[in-house]
Structures are given as structure tokens and as C-alpha cells.
Design a protein around this ligand. Structure first.
Ligand code: FPP
Length: 253
């Protein structure tokens, strides 16, 4: 039996009709927070929260694609999450493995392109191979680009970009004077993608937690008082409505 049911929590979101009604963000980021608290509230182990969070991830990802979002970046595992107890990290790795095995077919109906951002080398060879396989098999799809941030930390991403740029300067293929904002952006995991217009953080925490620091210079933030496993399509609609009501000035007037 499939680990992840197709239509879990199929609450009624407004769906594609939203695109007629609202100015949609092109790129949405989501910090999937609150799995641990969700489990604790129910007297369950934290891994049960992650499992539930993974279901929500699947529902919301497909929904974003149906609404007409072009890029979605979800924060699944940070460079700091390795500090968690061994059994929780182990449970998350198990979840990623099961999910990635199914994901070869998952999202196919919605033509979703699956990409991973972060340092893959931190994962087991099996997991790395599954990540590569997912990227390879989905790369020519015409639909929404889904970036799954795993072993991702924005500071780590920026350091990596700086090192790569320095190496080019050392090799003589680039001059320091030619380093521009665009060049830095071109050395990030998200090279070639638009910056996120909207970042949603459920669970009521007001923190960026090392997520897309460079890319979020002018991103609109929406903090929602819902734990990630309880997050619904209607909550996404609400975040999109809040976003559409914002006046983006990018430092101008
Ligand atoms: C943060 O909540 C959540 C995580 C560190 C893990 C997120 C992972 C998933 C939702 C799994 C699904 C992902 C894929 C790609 C299958 P927390 O544990 O910090 O919650 P807390 O703040 O309530 O303790």
C-alpha cells in the first residue's frame, strides 16, 4: 500500500479560480514547522508529527501546482536539524527514503519538476541516488518546480557560492571587480529561479531559521497560527489573499 494517500485532508480550497481573483506569487516558500508540537499535543512521538507533516506536504504541494504557483520551495531538513536526537533524525531519514521511493511517480499527474536544494553529500548513498533519480525523471515536465530543501542552510549556501566564485577568481576566469548581485545569485542552489515572493511560516513562530536569506530580501512573510500537520488548502488560500493585499515597494515609494 502506498505510504502517502493521494487526497489526504482534501478540504475545499478555492483552487484554480484563485488565479482569476488574485495576483498570485510566482514563487512561494514554506517553512513546514510545528510537527513536533502537533505530536506532543496528542501524546505521540515527534516522528508521528513528521509523518503527518509529510502528508500535508503532499496535499499542499499538489494544491499549489493546481492553483498556478510556478515555484514552490519547502524546508524539509536544515543543516542544523542533525542536532536533533538520533531516533528523530533516523525517523526523518526513513520518511524521506519511503517518500522518495514513491515520489518517482508522485506528482507526475501534476507535471511537477522535483529538485533538491542543499548539500546532498550529507545523506546516505541510497538517499542521494533517490534524489538524483527524482530530479532526472522529472526534469522535463512542464509544471511547477518544487524545490525540496534538505540539509539546506542559507548561510551554508552563501559560503558555498562564495567559495565557488573565489575559485573562479583564483583560476583567472573571473575578476573580483566582475562580482555582482546577479553573479552571486547565479551561484546559489536556486540559480535561474525567481526569488520567493511569499514565505509562509505556520506554527506562529516569527523566525527565518536560516531559510533563503539572500533570496528573501524583498519577500512578503505570512505567519500563520496553525501547526504544519493541520495546515489546509483553505489556509493556503488565506495566505495567498494576504499576499495579494500587500503593497510591495522594493525599497521605493
Ligand atoms: C519542523 O517542525 C519540521 C521539520 C524539521 C521536518 C519537516 C519535515 C517534514 C514535514 C517531512 C516531509 C518532507 C518530505 C520531503 C517528505 P518541528 O519538528 O521543529 O516542530 P516543533 O517546532 O513543533 O518541534
Amino acid at each position: 500500500m502506498a505510504l502517502f494517500g493521494k487526497n489526504k485532508k482534501d478540504d475545499s480550497g478555492a483552487g484554480a479560480a484563485l488565479a482569476q481573483e488574485l495576483v498570485l506569487p510566482k514563487h512561494v516558500g514554506i517553512i513546514m514547522d510545528g510537527n513536533g508540537r502537533w505530536a506532543k499535543q496528542r501524546g505521540l512521538p515527534r516522528k508521528a508529527g513528521h509523518r503527518e507533516g509529510a502528508q500535508t506536504f503532499r496535499t499542499i504541494t499538489r494544491y499549489c501546482s493546481q492553483v498556478g504557483i510556478r515555484y514552490l520551495t519547502v524546508y524539509a531538513f536544515s543543516t542544523e536539524n542533525w542536532k536533533r536526537p538520533e531516533d528523530e533524525v533516523g525517523a526523518l531519514m526513513g520518511l524521506f527514503k519511503s517518500y522518495l521511493k514513491e515520489a518517482l511517480e508522485d506528482f507526475q499527474d501534476d507535471d511537477i519538476v522535483v529538485r533538491f536544494i542543499g548539500d546532498k553529500s550529507g545523506f546516505s548513498p541510497e538517499l542521494q541516488a533517490l534524489m538524483d533519480e527524482n530530479e532526472e525523471s522529472s526534469k522535463n515536465r512542464p509544471g511547477m518546480v518544487l524545490n525540496i530543501a534538505m540539509n539546506y542552510g542559507s548561510r551554508d549556501e552563501i559560503v558555498r557560492a562564495v567559495k565557488n566564485i573565489c575559485a573562479k577568481v583564483e583560476a583567472g576566469s573571473l575578476r573580483a571587480a566582475d562580482v555582482t548581485e546577479q553573479l552571486v545569485a547565479d551561484h546559489l542552489y536556486t540559480a535561474g529561479q525567481p526569488d520567493p515572493d511569499l514565505i509562509i511560516r505556520p506554527s506562529g513562530e516569527y523566525r527565518i531559521s536560516n531559510f533563503m536569506l539572500w533570496q528573501s530580501a524583498y519577500t512578503e512573510f505570512v505567519i500563520m497560527n496553525k501547526l504544519w500537520p493541520d495546515f489546509t488548502k483553505a489556509d493556503l488560500d488565506e495566505a495567498l489573499r494576504i499576499y495579494a493585499s500587500r503593497n510591495r515597494r522594493y525599497g521605493g515609494v
